[in-house]
Design a protein around this ligand. Structure first.
Ligand code: FMN
Length: 194
């Protein structure tokens, strides 16, 4: 399968980048092809311009899209699977990825008279500082799942899944260390077994 990865972490000195690398290793072993948008490295623009806002707010698909947005939409439409890899920031994706959705999920592409292809699969690989138990107890897990799968992916993929790689906070180095290899195996297997 051809996979499009949307990756959003501001630093290479992170657990998230190991998750990305293991996932890519898994893809190679599984004989999948891929392309990746590294949103921070690309310096992807995440603020909507006023013109972009007015295009969306007035549902006017005749108005032009920016080249960087078209590039991302083309990557989606030549893929079978989309994968998001990012750390949780305040129960959401980093603003870089939130802004990617604001700009790339445009009228006439992701909604309205959609040009976006229906993907076979959407996978969210989300790295969390808290344990899954904590995220569930306070409703954060439900919120993350609802926003990413319930709204942003919705019916834009035949299958969708959110995988939380939890308990990775630097605040608790033993917990982070104890989860490290287990989570990297999950990332590898997820890439391999798409
Ligand atoms: C600004 C900021 C906000 C964060 N918010 C949350 C949060 O709401 N929930 C959570 O579980 N972890 C949160 N974290 C922890 C991150 O998910 C953390 O980056 C994660 O442990 C992954 O480690 P890494 O940055 O080494 O890849 C936050 C981290 C930062 C820097």
């Amino acid at each position: 399968m051809h996979v499009f990865i949307v990756y959003a972490h501001p630093s290479e000195d992170s657990f998230t980048r190991h998750v990305r690398d293991e996932f890519l290793k898994g893809l190679k072993i599984g004989n999948h092809s891929y392309e990746i948008s590294e949103l921070y490295k690309m310096n992807f623009k995440t603020d909507m311009s006023e013109a972009e806002y007015l295009r969306e707010a007035n549902y006017d698909e005749k108005l032009p899209l920016s080249e960087d947005v078209i590039n991302e939409q083309e990557k989606i439409n030549r893929s079978d699977v989309i994968v998001f890899i990012y750390p949780v920031f305040w129960t959401e994706a980093p603003a870089k990825l939130v802004g990617w959705f604001d700009r790339v999920w445009t009228y006439g592409f992701a909604y309205g008279n959609r040009k976006m292809k229906r993907l076979k699969k959407a996978i969210v690989l989300c790295i969390a500082g808290h344990t899954l138990e904590h995220l569930k107890e306070y409703g954060h897990y439900d919120s993350m799942k609802t926003v990413m799968l319930g709204d942003r992916i919705f019916d834009r993929a035949e299958n969708k899944e959110i995988i939380i790689l939890d308990g990775t906070t630097k605040f608790n180095p033993e917990l982070r260390q104890s989860n490290w290899n287990k989570h990297l195996r999950v990332a590898f297997e997820t890439g391999k077994n798409l």
